[in-house]
Write a protein that binds this ligand. Structure first.
Ligand SMILES: CC(C)=CCC/C(C)=C/CC/C(C)=C/COP(=O)(O)OP(=O)(O)O
Length: 277
């Protein structure tokens, strides 16, 4: 009997919290709502150390925060969410640590395909962004399956950057643009070459992994760090940078609200910067 009463009370509490959050979001939506939020998930290992947790538990706690935050973003009306889940440099960490993150990713991507809760609820299309060849084979296959399974969704977009660095993305885009240009030159070898036949910025942009999303409005990096660590260097020249002291697993609604309020205050200036040629 007590158990049943506790469950009812717990559900009631849960729905009033969610009602209050929605009220808060309605008030926030009076101002401009960011279209694209990007996150650097920093401080998972420090969190595990701080709470004397076993290796890997920091990442698991980080994954839970990630799910809540993505949900809040979509509830608020943000269409694009990008996360820096694993950089190419992270492959240089101890093999057991790399394996631990790969195992977690595999488990969660497979879970997402089985349960599809967040994905179904918000109609999320998932992209894995980066040099996917570098991923452990089972993770790469699961990532490709998840992209295919969600390819018809277009309400919300989730970009998971794995085996990613900005410099790798730019080098890859430059190389593909050169290959395209060469193919064009070779096919018109007998025709007069156009003197303006150079590689343009728009050519490179059309080959970037992130071409499927507009530039982020806000970039959040947790744990008080203010470096970009090779994340979205091409795309963040006019983004608001927000760096709360909280470690990634500690991030919550209040940090999101504060980031959005800061964005709304800076919005007229950011818009002017964007419109400048
Ligand atoms: C399916 C999916 C997208 C899973 C993502 C899981 C997750 C939370 C990955 C974070 C990985 C990572 C290397 C974070 C950097 O923090 P850090 O470990 O470098 O922390 P530190 O700054 O304390 O050393």
């Amino acid at each position: 009997m007590d158990g049943k009463r506790d469950t009812i009370l717990f559900k009631l509490f849960g729905s009033s919290v969610s009602y209050m959050r929605r009220c808060l979001f309605s008030v926030l939506s009076v101002g401009p709502v960011p279209n694209h939020l990007a996150f650097i998930l920093d401080g998972n290992r420090r969190y595990a150390k701080k709470w004397n947790l076993g290796e890997g538990m920091g990442y698991r706690a980080g994954f839970l925060s990630l799910m809540s935050l993505i949900k809040y973003c979509y509830e608020l009306g943000v269409k694009y969410v990008s996360i820096y889940a694993f950089s190419i440099d992270n492959f240089r960490r101890r093999p057991e640590e790399v394996q631990c993150v790969m195992d977690l990713m595999l488990e969660k991507i497979e879970g997402l395909l089985r349960e599809q809760t967040l994905v179904n609820q918000y109609g999320v299309r998932v992209y894995f962004i980066g040099n996917l060849k570098l991923l452990h084979e089972p993770v790469r296959l699961a990532a490709e399956k998840a992209m295919k399974a969600t390819s018809n969704n277009n309400n919300s977009i989730l970009l998971i950057c794995v085996a990613y660095t900005s410099t790798d993305e730019i080098a890859h885009a430059a190389q593909e643009s050169c290959e395209d240009k060469w193919a064009l030159i070779r096919s018109s070898v007998n025709e007069e070459n156009d003197a303006n036949d150079v590689i343009k910025l728009s050519d490179i942009e059309s080959h970037m992994y992130m071409r499927v999303a507009p530039d982020p409005d806000i970039l959040v990096r947790t744990s008080g760090e203010t470096r970009l660590s090779n994340f979205l260097l091409w795309q963040t020249s006019n983004s608001l940078l927000f760096s709360p002291k909280a470690l990634w697993p500690e991030i919550g609604l209040r940090h999101l609200v504060w980031a959005v309020l800061n964005f709304q205050r800076a919005h007229p200036y950011l818009e002017r910067r964007r419109k400048q040629p």
